[in-house]
Design a binder for this molecule. Structure first.
Ligand code: IPM
Ligand code: MG
Length: 356
């Protein structure tokens, strides 16, 4: 029987409770599809940082690196300086494990979940590939004359040919291999801001060079501002999109909204063939923590993505199908805070999987 070493970081706020539900779902899939998870739960998060002054001790990080996958609930706590725990945990994993793709599917399951008039599941089914190790996130920033009237603050966006190219190649690979809505063409859209951020010229040149190797895949291009507009007006125009780190962060919150909210949006921080990290894209929502009102659907979907990554394709499909079926017959009504008690959603998805 296959066994996978999974590091689990519940994290902050609603993170631990959505993680608990996600692993009810995971355990059900393990039982049904005959594989095991060896779980290693790490106590890290903002409270751990406040208590110990170290967001992610080296020994724990090395354990996580040795495993097959990492699952993260959520991090962020208003008691900590912004960025400290984020860079200490999630950015550390992304950079030190070289998780160069942040894959964020945007898929609408039910018309009723979508805030856009007249758009249904056939219109909203795209994969967003967010470059995950470069851009505005490399931490190259500084302040001069801090606190003075003439204070200067800078932050450098960094792009390497290799970093850009591997994200773009991953997007074309997805376009070659993904399942899509009937009648829809394989396409990769580059989303950048090369008209103002001239460094994005590197993205454009690399994109069209890689595109030449994939003559069967249509290409499209949109500046990030226009892409936001098109995602609302004509989401059906998108199949696979690839974009720099910061734009990918922003546009996938927009993507989450058009598929039913942050409670529906999952992601994989991936380095093909190496330990990779899966997480719901929502934050820690401290004000909702401990009230059993958060949606664990995104976290359960992240477990589905993790299974897919581990090669447990049937289990991955069963997680997605369970959630889709629960929506289809109205047992799940939404993923907004308070729509369903957190624990009941985990139980429902797990029970649905056990019907397999
Ligand atoms: C995300 C989050 C993170 C990011 C934060 C927590 C640093 O918003 O994963 O989208 O900006 O990447
Ligand atoms: Mg974000």
């Amino acid at each position: 029987m296959s066994q996978y070493d999974i590091t689990i970081i519940g994290g902050d706020g609603i993170g631990p409770e959505v993680t608990r539900e996600a692993f009810k779902v995971a355990d059900a899939a393990c039982e049904v599809f005959g594989f095991q998870l060896k779980k290693n739960e790490l106590p890290i998060g903002s409270q751990y940082f406040l208590d110990h002054g170290d967001p992610f001790p080296d020994a724990m990080f090395e354990e996580a690196r040795q495993g097959d996958a990492i699952f993260l609930g959520a991090i962020g706590d208003p008691r900590c300086e912004p960025g400290k725990v984020e860079y200490g945990i999630i950015a550390k994993c992304r950079f030190d494990l070289d998780l160069y793709v942040n894959l964020r599917p945007v898929k609408l399951l039910q018309e009723s979940l979508c805030p856009l008039k007249g758009k249904g599941p056939a219109d909203i089914d795209m994969l967003i590939v967010r470059e995950n190790t470069e851009g505005a996130y490399t931490g190259m920033h500084g302040f001069a004359h801090k606190g003075q009237p003439l204070e200067v603050a800078t932050q450098t966006m960094v792009y390497t040919r290799e970093g850009v190219e591997r994200a773009i190649r991953y997007a074309f690979h997805l376009a070659e291999t993904r399942e899509r809505q009937p009648g829809k063409e394989a396409q990769v859209t580059l989303v950048d801001k090369a008209n103002a951020v001239r460094a994005h010229d590197l993205w454009q040149r690399t994109f069209y060079e890689v595109a030449k190797e994939h003559p069967n895949i249509k290409t499209d291009h949109a500046y990030i501002d226009a892409a936001c507009m098109w995602m609302v007006k004509n989401p059906e125009w998108f199949d696979v999109a690839v974009t720099p780190n910061l734009f990918g962060d922003i546009i996938t919150d927009l993507g989450a909204m058009i598929q039913g909210g942050m409670g529906m949006a999952a992601s994989g921080n991936i380095h093909p063939g190496k330990v990779s990290l899966f997480e719901p894209i929502h934050g820690s929502a401290p004000k909702h923590a401990g009230k059993n009102v958060a949606s664990p659907i995104a976290a359960a979907m992240a477990v589905g993505m993790m299974f897919d990554y581990l090669g447990e394709k049937k289990a991955a499909q069963a997680v997605d199908k369970a959630i889709a079926d629960l929506f289809a017959d109205g047992r799940l009504k939404g993923a907004s805070t308070g729509t369903h008690p957190t624990n009941e959603v985990g139980d429902m998805i797990a029970a649905e999987i056990r019907k397999n």
